[in-house]
Design a binder for this molecule. Structure first.
Ligand code: NDP
Length: 486
């Protein structure tokens, strides 16, 4: 192995690496080979306490800086991330197994975009002046919340850390971030870079561990806000715990999103959208369009082209830039996906391609397409979080909209059609937070991202995120005498 993956220590607290070997060992596995590439330790209660206390102290100082000063640090961090994109991408590939072809363009680069965007708008964050009758007036002050807890999923470790840290820090908060125990490496680099960019020690801390660390972090009374990217069941637990302390929350949870392909669509583009929305990151993307509703008139042509193009996936060494399809993040996730494929077969789905574990070390599975899937099948109802694409038939617009909405989830939705009026009409009726017309899964930082229904609460990215990392103080100013009834 030519790349050093073992970090200096498990945690990053108060501006420096910190180790406490009393914590349960945490093996980091390269999913492409199954090799152990690092061994970290879960945070002990002492480490967690130091991280939260350090964040509290740093936040008091950070909040007193102007937005301009805070923004400068974030923009410097964005530049450093871009300069180191190659090394960070290699690390992300080791951490997640995602091909370098992807990590070079979708991870540290997306993190840098978030740091640059929120660094750029930090100076413009203000309250407002409100003129009232009789010459009285009021003003609002946009205040930080305090110390925020960030909890990350394993699919986009660098991106998730930055999507949470950048708006939080821009608003004057500090953060204690807990990556997924499956992918603990990249967030440590984000912490290092922020320090190098001039962030005060303690402003962004990383503690390792599973739910046993995340739980106490969320429940700690010093935490003012919790932002989770994870599954719906975890979201329910974390939201309930945050509610006990009346804390702010952002919940970016799972989905079972519809991608609707009408009979006038460009089949080539729609197949591209379906591939992007099911096989990128080996299907481990929350917003994936896993229920692909295809109009019956073009269904066979769509399936034929989809199978042809799926056969062109380059499945190989993720560190080779020619590879376009990598392993699942872990053996556990692989087994979950294989279980769903088995259910798809047993419940009557027609396997068009894939469906098998790939016989080599690591957690590899073929990109898989099922046709003739019906709404009641398990693979059409539950989030799989793997490369399993289900094609469902439809004939009528009203019917497909009703079926697309018949789910507890509401993260994303997509429509492929050349009829612009239909595109907007259908999107307006779909119950989803992040939607696409003749495209799928674009997530630029300028655009709000998040779900409705069980898929989440709040929005990440864009100016909308500011509302979720700050609070308004209203100040009423009377210019005349104070009147009282007695
Ligand atoms: P999990 O819900 O299992 O975990 C998310 C994070 O929460 C992890 O860091 C996890 O720690 C931690 N955690 C688990 N239990 C608790 C608890 N009781 N208290 C506090 N923290 C806890 O998600 P996965 O990591 O398995 O990621 C997959 C899920 O994430 C999918 O459902 C996917 O749809 C969703 N997701 C949503 C996205 C969005 O933006 N909407 C984006 C990406 C993924 P650990 O894992 O270390 O135990």
């Amino acid at each position: 192995m030519t790349f050093a993956t073992q970090p200096n220590a498990s945690h990053f607290v108060n501006g420096a690496y910190l180790e406490d070997t009393a914590g349960t060992p945490l093996e980091v596995i390269y999913p492409a080979t199954g090799a152990v590439i690092a061994t970290l330790h879960e945070a002990t209660p002492q480490v967690l306490d130091q991280a939260i206390a350090g964040a509290q102290a740093a936040q008091r100082h950070w909040a007193r800086l102007s937005g301009m000063e805070r923004g400068r640090v974030l923009r410097r961090a964005a530049d450093i991330m871009r300069d180191r994109n190659h090394d960070l991408s290699v690390l992300e590939t080791y951490d997640t197994g995602k091909p370098l072809q992807e990590t070079l363009v979708a991870d540290a680069t997306s993190g840098a975009d978030a740091l640059e965007y929120f660094g750029s708008i930090a100076a413009g964050l203000t309250g407002e002046h409100i003129q009232l009758s009789g010459g009285d007036w009021a003003y609002t002050i946009r205040e930080p919340l305090g110390v925020c807890a960030g909890l990350g999923a394993w699919n986009y470790p660098t991106q998730i850390a930055c999507w949470k840290a950048a708006p939080a820090l821009a608003c004057g908060n500090a953060m204690v971030f807990k990556p997924s125990e499956t992918t603990p490496l990249s967030a440590l680099k984000v912490a290092e870079i922020l320090i190098e960019a001039g962030a005060p020690a303690g402003l962004f801390n990383v503690v390792q561990g599973a739910g046993g660390v995340g739980g106490p972090l969320v429940a700690d009374p010093r935490i003012a806000k919790v932002s989770l990217t994870g599954s719906v069941p975890t979201g329910r637990k974390v939201y309930a715990s945050a509610a006990e302390g009346m804390k702010h929350v952002t919940m970016e949870l799972g989905g079972k999103s519809p991608l609707i392909v009408f009979d006038d669509a460009s089949i080539e583009d729609a197949v591209s959208g379906a591939i992007l929305g099911n096989f990128y990151s080996s299907g481990q993307v929350c917003s994936n369009g896993t229920r692909v509703f295809v109009h019956r008139a073009i269904k066979e042509a769509f399936l034929a082209r989809l199978a042809e193009r799926t056969a062109k996936a380059v499945i190989g060494d993720p560190l080779d830039e020619a590879t376009s399809f990598g392993p699942m993040v872990s053996e556990t996730q692989l087994q979950i996906v294989l279980g769903y494929i088995e259910k798809g077969r047993a419940e009557g789905g027609r396997l068009v391609c894939g469906g098998n574990r790939i016989d080599k070390p690591g957690s590899w599975i073929e990109p898989t397409v099922f046709a003739d899937v019906t709404d009641d099948m398990t693979i059409a109802r539950e989030e799989i979080f793997g490369p399993v694409l289900s094609v469902l038939d439809f004939d009528e617009e009203d019917d497909v909209i009703a079926r697309a909405n018949a789910t507890d989830y509401g993260l994303s939705a997509g429509v492929y059609t050349r009829d612009l009026q239909r595109a907007h009409r259908v999107i307006a009726r779909l119950e989803a937070g992040s939607c696409f017309i003749n495209s799928y899964n674009d997530a630029p930082v300028e655009v709000p991202f998040g779900g409705v229904k069980a898929s989440g609460v709040g929005r990440e990215n864009s100016k909308a995120a500011i509302a979720h990392y700050s609070q308004l103080k209203s100040v009423y100013v009377r210019m005349g005498e104070t009147e009282a009834p007695f």
